[in-house]
Design a protein around this ligand. Sequence first.
Ligand code: SAM
Length: 291
Amino acid sequence: MMGYNDALNIYNQKLEEKEFARIQDFMLNKLGVKLSPIKIVMVNSRLIKRLKASEIYNFPDYINYVFSFEGKRSGELQCMIDELTTHKTEFYRESEHFDFLKNIVLPEFFKNGKRNFSIWSAGSSTGEEAFTMGMILNDFKIFNAGFDFSILASDVSNAVVVKATEATYLEKNIATLAPNIVRRYFVSSKDVKDNTVQVVKLLKDKVKFSVLNLVDNYPYPNNSLDVIFCRNTLIYFEDKAKREVVNKLISKIKPGGYLFVGLSETVSQYSSEIKQVSPSVYKKIDRSNGL
Ligand SMILES: C[S@@+](CC[C@H](N)C(=O)[O-])C[C@H]1O[C@@H](n2cnc3c(N)ncnc32)[C@H](O)[C@@H]1O
């Protein structure tokens, strides 16, 4: 059992360069994520929590444990990944992308006689992006008979995937959404003291969440998805990993389908298979008709 003095002492632990280098190597080689030298301060403070939770009093012992067989088996390695990845997200984030989906992609898809639309939120964090897709797609379905859709959503962090699957959010997270969206797609708790809302079952059932590392292989056939959103995820990647992931994502998109990245990101330099059609929106070239 950790005593009072041990617990106090944990907050004074300092991550040394040698241990930080092991974490940098792991994050780069296993996740593609680059941790620059200045991130040592952030890593130090985020991992103090893990030292406390695993009752290990110093960084050298913690690092040996986390990378051991036991560290993997106990789930501590996954907890470290959860801490060291950045999960910031929100409903309708970078809303121009959802406007493009609604006003350009879906009408084009439907006009071409297609009916079953498939989309993937790659790097989905706690699910807000995937459920926003669900709202747009369900609205389109209401006005276009015969249209249907499926949503895949994945993240390398187990903790955020668990949260996304629960689909419970704080009321303040939906405060800026239009009242008619809130009314149709969220249910409030019956307990007035509870400040959370639930995504409606109709949408929850439409999104299939999974834990998936974008550096690994994807369990989807080539040319099988109409659209992939991989936004604000590749910004943390080192260039070589970014290039590889972008090309793997493109291989999963149908010719004529779309890849969306974050508004601050550009990926056209990584592939000649795509052309930019709007800020941070890329269309996979359909070689059969050149579009
Ligand atoms: C900042 S969030 C972006 C969420 C959402 N796409 C958005 O734009 O609001 C980035 C997510 O990428 C995930 N991530 C980081 N490295 C990853 C990897 N190698 N494979 C899959 N997901 C990864 C993180 O866990 C995090 O939840």
